[in-house]
Each structure stands twice: as C-alpha cells, then as structure tokens.
Design a protein around this ligand. Structure first.
Ligand code: SF4
Ligand code: MG
Length: 282
C-alpha cells in the first residue's frame, strides 16, 4: 500500500510548521513499507489521547480509537490483550503521557506488554494554549506559569528504563529519516517500546533553533546494556544546554506480557500458558 493511501477526508487543523506533520508523515511511510512487506494494515490499531497530537487518528485511514486524556496506554493494552495478533500503536502528547498517564506507562513498561508508544513531546500543552508540562524546562513561561515554571522537568526515558521498557529511542520533528527508522524498529520490537519525539510546537514553544544547535545522532546505538543506555539518557536532562543524543538508546529481548484472556483457551491450556509466561520472566 502506498503511504498516500493512508490519508483521510479530514481537514488537517495543525498549525503550519507544527512538528506533528513530521510524525504523521514518518508513520505513514513506515506503514507503507510494512504493507509493502506483506503486513496487513487491517491488523494495525492506532490509539490517541487528547491534545493536538490526538488528531493524528483523524488523519490516518486505519483502525483507530480516540481515547481520553492520559488513558492511551490502558486502551492500547486492552486491545492487545483481547487480540494479541494486532499491532497496537499509541500516540500521546507529553502532558497526556508523562502527566496524567505516567502511571500507566510505568506499569506497561513493567509488564513489557507488546505495544508501541510514540510521544509527541513538545514540552507544552498546545491544544489548551501553552501551559507547562512535565517536560517543560525550569523557568518556562506559559499561561499557567507567567513568571516561569519553578519545577525541573522529568526525564521520561530515565523513568521508562527504570520501569522495565525494552525499547527506547528519541528523535526530533526535524529529522524524519531517523523517525522513520525508530518507528519501524519500535513497531517490530517484541515488547514495550517507546519513542520520545522532540516535536516542536511552533505556536507555544518554538524550540527548532534550540534543538538544531544541540542534537546529535548516536554513533553506537544502544542494545542490551542498561548502564550505557542510562549514561546516554542522562546526558541531557530536558533542561540544560548539554548535547542532546538522538537514536536508539536501548533494546532488549525479554518475555512479553501475553496472558490469554479468560474464555479464549481451555482452562488447562490457559494455566499452562500462564505458567510458561511466569517461568520465562524469572
Ligand atoms: Fe502544533 Fe503547537 Fe499548533 Fe498544536 S498548538 S498544532 S502542537 S504548533
Ligand atoms: Mg504537549
């Protein structure tokens, strides 16, 4: 399937220049590739939350579920548990995923459920016109912090690594080729994967120049070594003027959460599957 076939009749209402376009285009290109490689797109489900990012569900001709704020992960998990054959890809903003939704992310990473989360991390609430979020830098001036935010931001990749995520990457909305590669790797990864996209909000927090001066691509991408991954993840704390590493930080093969739902299997088969899953995790 050509990537253009994934478009819909919906009129795009993102601001001109918004970094969301790069995420949409990179994702369409990846799904076009997957379809070309024989993956049936009817077995893909996209979930979005609330925020500017969430409109991506309107712009993709795919099965989708427009959920509520902070609840992309439980909806995505439920779809995956109900039908493990489906590839479930969740889109969420930074306010959505790292604010209201953080506890869901932590537990999804902890159980290593096989879903992919793509975070539109513009470090501001765009749809509600510019309040600070968990990844806004100290001193960020917005609608809710006119004299500057008094909090240091969280480092979401650090939290995800500590929680047990088995694939972690970071890209920017200025680098569509890297986004394509990371999205494809994350989608094909068996286990919980998350790509943090430094997505520029041109209207409420225009960081294009800031990122262009600081980003660099990892020469050696991370694999199973969590210490190396952590060192790279901690290099930039979403606040300082340090260099910002992009690419894949971590990828580890680990048993995924695949407990069959009640009624799908005979009780004895279900018990055996659960036993196998628990033994695989030890
Ligand atoms: Fe994009 Fe920001 Fe406009 Fe939302 S407000 S569409 S994030 S530029
Ligand atoms: Mg945001």
């Amino acid at each position: 399937m050509e990537s253009t076939n994934l478009g819909t009749y919906a009129q795009n209402t993102w601001c001109p220049g918004c970094g969301n376009f790069a995420i949409l285009n990179a994702f369409k290109a990846v799904l076009g590739e997957l379809a070309g490689e024989g993956y049936p797109l009817e077995k893909v489900v996209v979930v979005s939350g609330i925020g500017c990012h969430a409109k991506i569900a309107d712009y993709l001709n795919l099965n989708s579920f427009y959920s509520i704020h902070g609840r992309v992960v439980p909806v995505a998990e439920a779809i995956k548990i109900a039908n493990p054959q489906i590839k479930v890809i969740g889109f969420a903003g930074d306010g959505d995923a790292y604010g209201e939704g953080m506890e869901h992310l932590i537990f999804a990473a902890k159980r290593n459920i096989d879903i992919t989360m793509i975070i539109h991390d513009n470090r501001v609430y765009g749809l509600t016109t510019g309040q600070y979020t968990p990844t806004s830098p100290l001193g960020f001036r917005g609608r809710s912090t006119p004299s500057g935010s008094k909090e240091v931001p969280v480092n979401p990749l650090q939290i995800m690594l500590a929680s047990g995520a088995t694939f972690l990457g970071r890209g920017t909305s200025h680098g569509i080729e890297l986004l394509k590669r990371l999205f494809k790797e994350a989608i094909l990864h068996k286990g919980f994967s998350l790509v943090d996209v430094l997505q520029v909000c041109v209207t409420y927090f225009n960081t294009y120049e800031y990122y262009d001066k600081r980003v660099y691509q990892l020469k050696e991408e991370g694999s199973q070594d969590s210490s190396l991954a952590l060192a790279k993840i901690l290099e930039w704390d979403y606040n300082s003027d340090k260099p910002i590493a992009l690419g894949r930080f971590y990828k580890k093969d680990s048993p995924v959460f695949e407990i069959p739902v009640e009624g799908r299997l005979e009780p004895a088969e279900r018990d055996a599957a659960i036993k196998k899953f628990i033994e695989g995790r030890v």
